[in-house]
Design a protein around this ligand. Structure first.
Ligand SMILES: [Zn+2]
Length: 257
């Protein structure tokens, strides 16, 4: 059988008779996957990975643990997690022009144009979390100190909470962190809409999921951030484990071609 796996910043998820998840920090990813491959006689694996990947190689991973998929010893597909999620969202919303903007551990986006993933030269397109925004008093996983991810992601909220001595949950954190988060999210949405002109922009990821009020906030305020012509339909993600589902779609696509 074939296996789809999603390696995020916090959890590794896979689907064998239902979706299972394990905490990344408790495992050796390579050994864990090798054990699964052996136990279930896996012939091929599709991996959604929270980091920069290209041609089957992990280039960097600001939020996730690195490993070498070549060592798994079976054919594999390796794809960025937001590209996988965008593919799943495109399939779910039946839109061929879609941006998935996720604020979870990090802030990232996946872009679908004419039904295909927009990759760029080295499969790095859509890394919106690392565009320059404002200086922060600490560093991003990528090494810079001015990434928008430092304001509009779960890890960013945590860093600010530690720095200012506030709660690290967006719901209960101090007003300054909350306001900064909302502002940065609006900038990220406006940037995505303006650059990629999607039919639908899907908001997802852990922070959005736990704070669905953000959809109304974005819809009400986006006119002050994006030009009128760029504003399109903005919705909340309705699917669970989108990256994992996208990885499954990649396995299916390869079988069909
Ligand atoms: Zn960064």
């Amino acid at each position: 059988m074939n296996l789809a796996v999603d390696i995020g910043g916090t959890f590794l998820r896979y689907d064998i008779g239902g979706i299972k998840k394990v905490k990344i920090k408790n495992i050796d990813i390579e050994k864990f996957l090798k054990d699964l491959i052996k136990k279930y006689n896996i012939k091929k694996i599709a991996i959604s990975f929270a980091g920069q990947v290209n041609n089957g190689e992990i280039l960097s991973s600001p939020n996730a643990k690195k490993f070498n998929p070549k060592n798994l010893g079976i054919p594999y597909i390796l794809e960025n997690d937001l590209n996988c999620a965008a593919l799943a969202e495109s399939n779910y919303f039946k839109s061929k022009f879609l941006v998935a903007l996720y604020s979870g551990t990090g802030l990232g986006s996946g872009i679908i144009e004419e039904g295909k993933i927009v990759r760029g030269y080295k499969n790095l397109a859509g890394e919106i979390g690392h565009i320059p925004y404002k200086k922060a008093p600490f560093k991003c996983g990528c090494g810079k100190d001015n990434c928008i991810e430092l304001f509009a992601s779960g890890s960013g909220i945590k860093k600010w909470a530690k720095f200012l001595g506030c709660n690290s949950d967006l719901k209960t954190t101090c007003e300054e962190i909350k306001k900064n988060y909302e502002e940065a999210l609006l900038v990220a949405v406006a940037t995505s809409l303006t650059l990629f002109n999607p039919e639908i922009l899907v908001l997802g990821g852990g922070v959005i999921k736990n704070n669905p009020y953000l959809l109304d906030l974005v819809k009400e305020n986006i006119k002050n951030y994006a030009p009128k012509f760029a504003i399109s339909k903005i919705v909340l993600s309705e699917i669970e484990d989108a990256s994992l589902k996208g990885a499954k779609l990649l396995l299916k696509e390869e079988n069909e071609t």
